[in-house]
Design a binder for this molecule. Structure first.
Ligand SMILES: [Zn+2]
Length: 82
């Protein structure tokens, strides 16, 4: 009847799993040396346009097969031009 509402538990820095938000990281641009911010080790310099390869990221990019919003299995192969 008189159920007390429990206080909301604050997240104590324990990641919920692979679906957590990307982590902001910092590094120097390898082309112009500007300190730039990136996500999970992937950087894009706003000064000179340098970007590092996505494979340098701290975790793998989500694959098309993992994207449930796509529904079908039409991946990169479907976008190829003959
Ligand atoms: Zn740069």
């Amino acid at each position: 009847m008189n159920t007390p509402v429990p206080p909301e538990a604050e997240p104590q820095g324990s990641p919920a799993g692979p679906g957590t938000a990307p982590e902001i990281t910092y590094a120097e641009c390898r082309q112009c040396g500007t300190l730039i911010a990136g996500l999970d080790g992937r950087y894009s310099c706003g000064v000179c346009g340098w970007v590092n390869h996505h494979s340098e990221g701290h975790r793998p990019l989500p694959r098309a097969e993992d994207d449930e919003h796509r529904g079908h299995g039409c991946g990169a192969d479907a976008n190829r031009l003959g």
